[in-house]
Design a protein around this ligand. Sequence first.
Ligand SMILES: Cc1cc2nc3c(=O)[nH]c(=O)nc-3n(C[C@H](O)[C@H](O)[C@H](O)COP(=O)(O)O)c2cc1C
Length: 373
Amino acid sequence: MDISKHPIFRPLSWPGHTLKNRLVIAPMSRVSATVDGLATPEMEAYYTAFAKGGFSMIITEGNYTDEVASKSYPHQPGLVSAAHAAAWQPVAEQVKANGALIIAQLMHAGALSQYSRDTLAPSAIQPVGVKMAQYGGTGAYPFPKAMTLADIHTVKEGFVNAAKVALEAGFDGIELHAANGYLLDQFLTPELNVREDQYGGNTGNRFRIVAEIIQAIRAVVPAHFLVGIRLSEGKVNDLKYRWKDGVAMAVEVLEEVRKAAPDFIHIAVQSGEWERDSFYSNGDSYAALAKKITGKVVIANGGMHQPTRAARVLDESHADLLSIGKAALADPAWPLHIQQGTSPLAFHPDMLWPEATIQHTNQIIQSFSVNVL
Ligand SMILES: Cc1cc2nc3c(=O)[nH]c(=O)nc-3n(C[C@H](O)[C@H](O)[C@H](O)COP(=O)(O)O)c2cc1C
């Protein structure tokens, strides 16, 4: 097969946007911002390389949304203040100048914060597992405080403000991080949310905070500004987690998503084992269900750099777009290299170990004697 005819290179028309191919950068925390959460020139070069390398849409690493308790890690970027907007502005400008859309991921760590000791969560349940060393963490996660209604209000305001700051910075849209075990996913997950008020109990109640955030963001951004959501079953501290009620739960969650009507839905499979970790007993994948139930643009994730898997996901209509994480981190020009028939540099775990910073990855790539774009 002529690789340039692979379905990953088909353009996608989306109301208001045309993407030159189906390749999206998955959000990846790089803990490389200043201590105040400002994006740096190094981050500008890092993100611009993906656009120059042929990706059509870039979703940034998770940005914290308030100074109260949202931060995940030291050196995480934020979208809270005018200074944050000014720092991200050249990044957004360069990515767009090089032909890609740029979306800011908005993230509240909740109980999985590796930053604060006074963590917040829907319920006072200590997370399983230990903090991630490559993001500077050690030991167990603290016992979180169960959020009051006032805390929930503050968190929602943080997300809405962050979306406004992202708009000011020149982003094309935002993605709400409701995946991987962080705060919004904690609300969605029955074992982590045992609240007895309107934010706990049935799926509609557990999704309520997300629906309210989407609605409130829509009210303050223009129609062309994309508002997406990222969902997953697996969690960073519990990669193999699956909904206890399998497909029934996925359908319930997606019915709520349909009502909230985000512009796109991004289904993450952090393990990278898409076939193993995203299918249900009825033969559907989480991504395919998202497409069927919501009718929105769906992004599939989880080892999508494998050409046969990528072709299957697109040809069998599991998703419209594919997000690529580690393979892109190893080779930001992955699309160009595939298109030209040259082998991209493959990901190696040392690129993120012992630290996940951009500087460290670049050093390892250079030690493999490969040019970084
Ligand atoms: C270094 C690193 C940082 C990540 N940070 C985030 C993040 O900030 N937000 C998020 O939703 N997912 C994050 N992820 C998960 C990825 O978006 C993606 O789901 C995962 O790498 C699987 O995709 P892949 O098989 O293409 O690598 C991160 C992954 C890596 C490797």
